[in-house]
Design a protein around this ligand. Sequence first.
Ligand SMILES: CC(C)(COP(=O)(O)OP(=O)(O)OC[C@H]1O[C@@H](n2cnc3c(N)ncnc32)[C@H](O)[C@@H]1OP(=O)(O)O)[C@@H](O)C(=O)NCCC(=O)NCCS
Length: 234
Amino acid sequence: MVTRDDPALDDPVGWSLRGHHARFARRLGGAATYLPGVATFCAVTADPDGAAWTDLARLLGPGALADMFGCPATPPADWEPVFDLAGRQMVWSGGGRPGRPPAGDDAGVVELGADSVPEMLALVARTGPGPFWPRTRELGTYLGVRDHGTLVAMAGERLRPPGWTEISAVCTAPEARGRGHAARLVGALVTRIVARGERPFLHVSEANTGAVALYERLGFTSRRPVTFRGFRTP
Ligand SMILES: CC(C)(COP(=O)(O)OP(=O)(O)OC[C@H]1O[C@@H](n2cnc3c(N)ncnc32)[C@H](O)[C@@H]1OP(=O)(O)O)[C@@H](O)C(=O)NCCC(=O)NCCS
């Protein structure tokens, strides 16, 4: 299994767009981004002369949002900063607190198909787990919990650098919290990811202390701080 030192985790967007998600990529020279509606994340190749930033500006067009996710590279000075949010990257290290729903306890967990997208978008709008767009579901498996037919919790797979799968869009409707839905959904995804020989990882806002504590209980450990950054192209 891949180790936490894997450099693919330092550029998970770039590795995903070059590999597992190549069919969702728009590329120009040293720049790449996802198709509209799938994700807004962008990647640039590491180059000392900055040509990849010129490529990205041409790919996105003038005055566009360049969502650099956790990319550590800094764009040229004329790219206006739009947002800057402290977060952390966590990797699944096995185990998890005894007493938590064991990974594999899928009771009540269902796979969410294309017909569930409107409900998924509505749940995301209510709970704010982070970016999720109309076609994000196509990036991997998305699982949910329904209560009398209504979607009350979900989680899914997003970035796919080689050997890794990112767990994302973890959210539970306010009225359904504290019942173990998020723990069960993350556990079910961990089981699937590990079963295919990959290792789970995720990203979380530093301010989201409740979610960080939940992930730690489920066996995730912090790998590195990340800054979610967006810029406006010149
Ligand atoms: C974080 C979130 C998904 C948890 O959903 P949930 O279904 O209530 O989680 P669970 O019931 O599985 O809770 C598991 C544990 O985390 C704890 N927990 C959940 N939310 C918490 C919070 N906001 N603060 C502190 N602890 C929290 C629960 O008390 C429980 O601990 P316990 O078993 O020791 O009692 C939910 O609060 C949410 O949707 N938040 C908004 C979206 C979000 O921030 N998503 C994470 C993005 S990275």
